[in-house]
Design a protein around this ligand. Structure first.
Ligand code: BMA
Length: 331
């Protein structure tokens, strides 16, 4: 199906599977999920909440691996087709100009984005408390760590794929020391990727009656630029009597003023309902962290963590998704 909605490159080789016969869902799962198993490398307890980008003739990525001591680390990896992955057995060894920056003790939930030809990685970095780590690579071989973007406590840092109004731009979610029971998405800008400021509020959880996004929300994959605005896929959390339940939803943000929400899904797009999403180290979690989008066809493939244990893949068509968001919106 041709589309002219995505303002980005043509990526004819992204992973894809048509919507199953008889389904009318706007988002559908890869039939062979989980696409990345928990034991893909010898030291891994689980591989989830991971990021994949186009690189060379295929794909590269940064993967959350919790090891068998249950330490949270991020690893480099690659794939020819977006379905089958090779992940380095050791975590990324960062090069830091100031060794102090490297004195973090945990890293998890990476996102990766190409900005001006360089691949930037953001992640949740435990440097005297959880904050947003930032680094880059040109070749998925050598990795350089930059200054942490914010003071603790903050999570879900997601860079936009280009400067907006002349500044680098990032979404994040200020939080607390633990399993934060609140959280709004904010927008911040930087002239140099080191100093961040001009913070703007983007979205709050939907409080009042219980909804899938009533406890906290956080940005997911890098926003996709479309003719209608920035397509932001995000997670929303509900607190049940058994704990948090993580869902996937989407919003459209203004292209020039991305802290302005134009549309936002009232129903979720994906919720934990397959066994691999409901059973695992943390049950009932779908946690999107990366999207591959083909401008020519409007196809989007999203990688999402499942039950904090394995990685899933889901598909959608941009025009159907934007239509769904607009028809089912409550800002
Ligand atoms: C969040 C993060 C995610 C995790 C989710 C569910 O606070 O820690 O990495 O997937 O909780 O446990």
């Amino acid at each position: 199906m041709p589309s002219s909605t995505i303002l980005g490159p043509d990526l004819p080789n992204i992973p894809w599977e048509p919507r199953p016969a008889g389904s009318h869902d706007v988002v559908w799962r890869y039939s062979r999920n989980p696409v990345i198993p928990r034991d893909i490398i010898p030291c891994s307890n689980s591989v989830f909440n991971s990021a994949v980008v186009p690189f060379g003739a295929g794909f590269a990525g940064v993967f959350r691996v919790d090891d068998t001591t249950r330490n949270m680390r991020i690893h480099n990896g690659r794939s020819r087709d977006g379905f089958t992955f090779e992940i380095d057995p050791e975590p990324i060894a960062w090069h830091c100009d100031d060794p102090e920056i490297g004195r973090f003790v945990e890293s998890y939930d990476p996102r990766v984005v190409a900005v001006e030809g360089r691949y930037y990685i953001t992640w949740c970095n435990n440097y005297h408390g959880y904050t947003i780590g930032l680094g880059y690579t040109d070749d998925f071989n050598t990795f350089h760590q930059l200054e942490n973007s914010f003071l603790p406590y903050n999570r879900n840092g997601v860079l936009f794929p280009r400067k907006i109004n002349g500044k680098y731009a990032m979404l994040s979610r200020p939080s607390d020391t633990g399993h934060t029971p609140f959280g709004d998405i904010f927008y911040s800008t930087s002239p140099d990727l080191i100093h961040w400021g001009c913070h703007r509020h983007v979205m709050a959880p939907k409080r009042g009656p219980v909804t899938w996004q009533c406890t906290k929300i956080g940005a997911g994959p890098v926003p996709i630029e479309t003719t209608e605005g920035w397509l932001l896929i995000y997670h929303g959390v509900l607190t049940s009597c058994n704990g948090f339940v993580y869902h996937m939803g989407a919003a459209l943000l203004d292209r020039d003023h991305p802290w302005k929400v134009l549309y936002r899904t009232r129903p979720y797009l994906l919720n934990p309902r397959m066994t691999y999403e409901c059973v695992g180290d943390v049950p009932n979690v779908v946690f999107p962290c990366a999207a591959l989008a083909d401008a020519a066809t409007g196809r989007i493939a999203v990688y999402y963590g499942c039950a904090d244990t394995v990685t899933g893949l889901a598909f959608m068509q941009v025009d159907e998704l934007l239509d769904f968001i607009k028809r089912n919106s409550e800002v």
